[in-house]
Write a new protein. Sequence first.
Length: 284
Amino acid sequence: MSGNRTASLQARNDATDKTEPEGSRSSRLVDVGLPVAVFLVFLAAWETIVALARIPPYILPAPSVILATLIKDWPLLSASLMVTLTITFEALALAIVGGVGLAILLAQSRWIERAFLPFAIILQVTPVIAIAPLLLVWLEPSTAVLVCAFIVAFFPILSNTALGLASTDHNLLDLFELYRASRWKQLIWLRLPAALPYFFSGLRIAGGLALIGAIVAELAAGAAGQGTGLAFRITEAGFRLNIPRMFAALTLISLTGIAIYALFAVLSKLALGRWHDSARARER
Protein backbone atom coordinates (compact mmCIF):
# COMPACT_ATOMS: atom_id res chain seq x y z
CA MET A 1 0.00 0.00 0.00
CA SER A 2 2.85 2.33 0.85
CA GLY A 3 4.40 1.45 -2.49
CA ASN A 4 1.25 2.56 -4.30
CA ARG A 5 1.22 5.81 -2.33
CA THR A 6 4.88 6.45 -3.16
CA ALA A 7 4.22 5.76 -6.82
CA SER A 8 1.25 8.13 -6.88
CA LEU A 9 3.27 10.88 -5.19
CA GLN A 10 6.09 10.37 -7.69
CA ALA A 11 3.62 10.54 -10.59
CA ARG A 12 2.14 13.75 -9.18
CA ASN A 13 5.60 15.32 -8.84
CA ASP A 14 6.45 14.33 -12.41
CA ALA A 15 3.22 15.87 -13.64
CA THR A 16 3.97 19.07 -11.74
CA ASP A 17 7.49 19.22 -13.19
CA LYS A 18 6.03 18.85 -16.68
CA THR A 19 3.31 21.46 -16.27
CA GLU A 20 5.56 24.13 -14.75
CA PRO A 21 7.89 24.43 -17.78
CA GLU A 22 4.87 24.42 -20.09
CA GLY A 23 3.28 27.22 -18.08
CA SER A 24 6.46 29.25 -18.03
CA ARG A 25 6.93 28.63 -21.76
CA SER A 26 3.43 29.84 -22.57
CA SER A 27 3.97 32.87 -20.33
CA ARG A 28 7.15 33.73 -22.23
CA LEU A 29 5.33 33.39 -25.54
CA VAL A 30 2.68 35.82 -24.31
CA ASP A 31 5.33 38.24 -23.03
CA VAL A 32 7.02 38.27 -26.43
CA GLY A 33 4.06 37.76 -28.74
CA LEU A 34 1.72 40.38 -27.29
CA PRO A 35 4.05 43.39 -27.74
CA VAL A 36 5.04 42.15 -31.20
CA ALA A 37 1.37 41.84 -32.21
CA VAL A 38 0.58 45.34 -30.93
CA PHE A 39 3.61 46.72 -32.77
CA LEU A 40 2.58 45.04 -36.04
CA VAL A 41 -0.95 46.45 -35.71
CA PHE A 42 0.56 49.90 -35.12
CA LEU A 43 2.73 49.59 -38.25
CA ALA A 44 -0.23 48.41 -40.32
CA ALA A 45 -2.34 51.36 -39.13
CA TRP A 46 0.52 53.76 -39.87
CA GLU A 47 0.96 52.35 -43.39
CA THR A 48 -2.79 52.52 -44.05
CA ILE A 49 -3.21 56.10 -42.80
CA VAL A 50 -0.27 57.35 -44.88
CA ALA A 51 -1.63 55.61 -47.99
CA LEU A 52 -5.24 56.77 -47.55
CA ALA A 53 -4.32 60.35 -46.63
CA ARG A 54 -1.64 60.47 -49.35
CA ILE A 55 0.89 61.98 -46.98
CA PRO A 56 4.12 62.72 -48.88
CA PRO A 57 7.33 61.01 -47.66
CA TYR A 58 8.96 64.35 -46.81
CA ILE A 59 6.23 64.86 -44.17
CA LEU A 60 5.66 61.34 -42.83
CA PRO A 61 7.12 58.34 -44.66
CA ALA A 62 5.32 55.01 -44.48
CA PRO A 63 7.00 52.10 -42.65
CA SER A 64 7.63 50.40 -46.00
CA VAL A 65 9.48 53.50 -47.23
CA ILE A 66 11.52 53.63 -44.01
CA LEU A 67 12.46 49.96 -44.40
CA ALA A 68 13.44 50.48 -48.04
CA THR A 69 15.57 53.49 -47.05
CA LEU A 70 17.21 51.51 -44.26
CA ILE A 71 18.16 48.78 -46.72
CA LYS A 72 19.32 51.22 -49.40
CA ASP A 73 21.40 53.37 -47.02
CA TRP A 74 22.62 50.47 -44.88
CA PRO A 75 26.34 50.87 -45.77
CA LEU A 76 26.26 54.51 -44.66
CA LEU A 77 24.05 54.00 -41.60
CA SER A 78 25.84 50.87 -40.41
CA ALA A 79 29.19 52.68 -40.43
CA SER A 80 27.64 55.51 -38.41
CA LEU A 81 26.08 52.96 -36.05
CA MET A 82 29.48 51.42 -35.34
CA VAL A 83 30.87 54.85 -34.42
CA THR A 84 28.00 55.52 -32.01
CA LEU A 85 28.19 52.00 -30.55
CA THR A 86 31.93 52.35 -29.97
CA ILE A 87 31.40 55.56 -28.01
CA THR A 88 28.50 54.01 -26.10
CA PHE A 89 30.39 50.93 -24.93
CA GLU A 90 33.58 52.86 -24.17
CA ALA A 91 31.56 55.24 -21.98
CA LEU A 92 29.76 52.32 -20.37
CA ALA A 93 33.04 50.56 -19.58
CA LEU A 94 34.37 53.73 -17.93
CA ALA A 95 31.09 54.12 -16.03
CA ILE A 96 31.30 50.54 -14.74
CA VAL A 97 34.88 50.96 -13.53
CA GLY A 98 34.24 54.37 -11.99
CA GLY A 99 30.77 53.62 -10.61
CA VAL A 100 31.63 50.27 -9.01
CA GLY A 101 34.95 51.57 -7.69
CA LEU A 102 33.39 54.63 -6.09
CA ALA A 103 30.48 52.56 -4.73
CA ILE A 104 32.96 50.28 -2.97
CA LEU A 105 34.70 53.32 -1.48
CA LEU A 106 31.38 54.79 -0.34
CA ALA A 107 30.46 51.49 1.31
CA GLN A 108 33.69 51.43 3.29
CA SER A 109 33.33 54.75 5.07
CA ARG A 110 30.57 57.24 5.89
CA TRP A 111 33.11 60.06 5.62
CA ILE A 112 33.98 59.11 2.04
CA GLU A 113 30.27 58.93 1.20
CA ARG A 114 29.64 62.39 2.64
CA ALA A 115 32.65 63.79 0.78
CA PHE A 116 32.06 62.40 -2.73
CA LEU A 117 28.36 61.57 -3.10
CA PRO A 118 27.21 65.22 -3.47
CA PHE A 119 29.49 65.67 -6.49
CA ALA A 120 28.06 62.54 -8.13
CA ILE A 121 24.55 63.89 -7.54
CA ILE A 122 25.54 67.22 -9.11
CA LEU A 123 26.70 65.38 -12.25
CA GLN A 124 23.42 63.46 -12.34
CA VAL A 125 21.05 66.42 -11.99
CA THR A 126 22.90 68.68 -14.45
CA PRO A 127 21.41 68.23 -17.96
CA VAL A 128 23.95 66.76 -20.33
CA ILE A 129 22.70 69.03 -23.12
CA ALA A 130 23.89 71.97 -21.00
CA ILE A 131 27.29 70.40 -20.34
CA ALA A 132 27.98 69.32 -23.92
CA PRO A 133 28.74 72.80 -25.38
CA LEU A 134 31.24 73.50 -22.59
CA LEU A 135 32.94 70.15 -23.06
CA LEU A 136 33.19 70.83 -26.79
CA VAL A 137 35.07 74.04 -25.98
CA TRP A 138 37.44 72.37 -23.52
CA LEU A 139 38.00 68.98 -25.18
CA GLU A 140 38.39 67.37 -28.56
CA PRO A 141 34.95 66.63 -30.09
CA SER A 142 35.38 62.85 -29.87
CA THR A 143 36.52 63.08 -26.25
CA ALA A 144 33.66 65.45 -25.39
CA VAL A 145 31.10 63.00 -26.80
CA LEU A 146 32.66 60.18 -24.77
CA VAL A 147 32.60 62.25 -21.57
CA CYS A 148 28.94 63.18 -22.08
CA ALA A 149 27.97 59.54 -22.52
CA PHE A 150 30.02 58.62 -19.44
CA ILE A 151 28.36 61.28 -17.27
CA VAL A 152 24.81 60.04 -17.90
CA ALA A 153 25.78 56.35 -17.50
CA PHE A 154 27.86 56.80 -14.35
CA PHE A 155 25.26 57.61 -11.70
CA PRO A 156 22.84 54.65 -12.22
CA ILE A 157 25.71 52.20 -11.77
CA LEU A 158 27.06 54.09 -8.76
CA SER A 159 23.72 54.47 -6.97
CA ASN A 160 22.49 50.93 -7.62
CA THR A 161 25.77 49.29 -6.67
CA ALA A 162 26.06 51.40 -3.52
CA LEU A 163 22.49 50.48 -2.59
CA GLY A 164 23.25 46.80 -3.12
CA LEU A 165 26.38 46.96 -0.97
CA ALA A 166 24.42 48.71 1.79
CA SER A 167 21.56 46.18 1.59
CA THR A 168 23.66 43.17 2.60
CA ASP A 169 21.97 40.95 5.18
CA HIS A 170 23.18 42.12 8.61
CA ASN A 171 22.85 38.61 10.03
CA LEU A 172 25.33 37.36 7.46
CA LEU A 173 27.62 40.29 8.22
CA ASP A 174 27.49 39.38 11.91
CA LEU A 175 28.31 35.78 10.99
CA PHE A 176 31.36 36.88 8.98
CA GLU A 177 32.50 39.08 11.85
CA LEU A 178 31.97 36.19 14.26
CA TYR A 179 34.45 34.16 12.23
CA ARG A 180 36.77 37.20 12.15
CA ALA A 181 36.62 37.67 8.41
CA SER A 182 38.50 40.73 7.22
CA ARG A 183 36.70 43.63 5.52
CA TRP A 184 38.25 42.51 2.24
CA LYS A 185 36.82 38.98 2.59
CA GLN A 186 33.43 40.41 3.59
CA LEU A 187 33.49 42.54 0.46
CA ILE A 188 34.55 39.76 -1.93
CA TRP A 189 32.52 36.85 -0.57
CA LEU A 190 29.42 38.57 0.81
CA ARG A 191 28.77 42.18 -0.12
CA LEU A 192 29.67 42.09 -3.82
CA PRO A 193 27.58 38.94 -4.54
CA ALA A 194 24.67 40.50 -2.63
CA ALA A 195 24.98 43.67 -4.74
CA LEU A 196 25.00 41.88 -8.11
CA PRO A 197 21.23 42.19 -8.79
CA TYR A 198 21.40 45.91 -8.01
CA PHE A 199 24.46 46.29 -10.24
CA PHE A 200 22.79 44.59 -13.20
CA SER A 201 19.68 46.68 -12.68
CA GLY A 202 21.82 49.81 -12.89
CA LEU A 203 23.68 48.38 -15.88
CA ARG A 204 20.47 47.91 -17.86
CA ILE A 205 19.56 51.54 -17.19
CA ALA A 206 23.06 52.84 -17.86
CA GLY A 207 23.31 51.04 -21.22
CA GLY A 208 20.39 52.99 -22.66
CA LEU A 209 21.51 56.22 -21.03
CA ALA A 210 25.02 55.88 -22.49
CA LEU A 211 23.48 55.58 -25.95
CA ILE A 212 21.28 58.63 -25.30
CA GLY A 213 24.27 60.59 -23.99
CA ALA A 214 26.30 59.75 -27.09
CA ILE A 215 23.45 60.82 -29.39
CA VAL A 216 22.84 64.08 -27.49
CA ALA A 217 26.54 64.94 -27.51
CA GLU A 218 26.80 64.21 -31.23
CA LEU A 219 23.81 66.48 -31.86
CA ALA A 220 25.41 69.22 -29.77
CA ALA A 221 28.71 68.76 -31.60
CA GLY A 222 27.00 69.22 -34.97
CA ALA A 223 29.44 70.05 -37.72
CA ALA A 224 32.27 70.23 -35.18
CA GLY A 225 31.82 66.54 -34.35
CA GLN A 226 33.30 63.54 -36.02
CA GLY A 227 30.65 63.71 -38.74
CA THR A 228 30.12 59.96 -38.77
CA GLY A 229 27.76 59.10 -35.89
CA LEU A 230 24.06 58.38 -36.22
CA ALA A 231 23.13 61.74 -34.71
CA PHE A 232 25.16 63.49 -37.39
CA ARG A 233 23.31 61.49 -40.05
CA ILE A 234 19.99 62.61 -38.56
CA THR A 235 21.10 66.25 -38.61
CA GLU A 236 22.46 65.92 -42.15
CA ALA A 237 19.23 64.30 -43.37
CA GLY A 238 17.20 67.06 -41.72
CA PHE A 239 19.15 69.77 -43.53
CA ARG A 240 18.61 67.94 -46.82
CA LEU A 241 14.93 67.22 -46.05
CA ASN A 242 15.67 63.52 -46.43
CA ILE A 243 12.97 62.56 -43.91
CA PRO A 244 12.97 58.81 -44.73
CA ARG A 245 16.67 58.64 -43.83
CA MET A 246 15.96 60.49 -40.58
CA PHE A 247 13.34 57.90 -39.67
CA ALA A 248 15.67 55.08 -40.72
CA ALA A 249 18.40 56.40 -38.43
CA LEU A 250 15.90 56.86 -35.59
CA THR A 251 14.69 53.30 -36.10
CA LEU A 252 18.27 52.06 -35.94
CA ILE A 253 18.85 53.96 -32.69
CA SER A 254 15.69 52.52 -31.13
CA LEU A 255 16.56 48.97 -32.15
CA THR A 256 20.08 49.45 -30.80
CA GLY A 257 18.74 50.62 -27.44
CA ILE A 258 16.44 47.60 -27.23
CA ALA A 259 19.32 45.28 -28.14
CA ILE A 260 21.57 46.80 -25.46
CA TYR A 261 18.88 46.38 -22.81
CA ALA A 262 18.20 42.79 -23.90
CA LEU A 263 21.94 42.00 -23.87
CA PHE A 264 22.35 43.12 -20.27
CA ALA A 265 19.13 41.37 -19.24
CA VAL A 266 20.53 38.10 -20.61
CA LEU A 267 23.89 38.72 -18.91
CA SER A 268 22.05 39.35 -15.64
CA LYS A 269 20.17 36.07 -15.94
CA LEU A 270 23.34 34.15 -16.78
CA ALA A 271 25.32 35.73 -13.93
CA LEU A 272 22.66 35.29 -11.26
CA GLY A 273 21.36 31.96 -12.55
CA ARG A 274 19.60 29.95 -9.89
CA TRP A 275 21.78 30.89 -6.94
CA HIS A 276 20.29 34.30 -6.15
CA ASP A 277 16.84 34.92 -4.70
CA SER A 278 15.99 37.60 -7.27
CA ALA A 279 16.52 35.21 -10.20
CA ARG A 280 14.59 32.39 -8.51
CA ALA A 281 11.73 34.75 -7.69
CA ARG A 282 11.41 35.72 -11.37
CA GLU A 283 11.31 32.07 -12.40
CA ARG A 284 8.45 31.35 -10.03
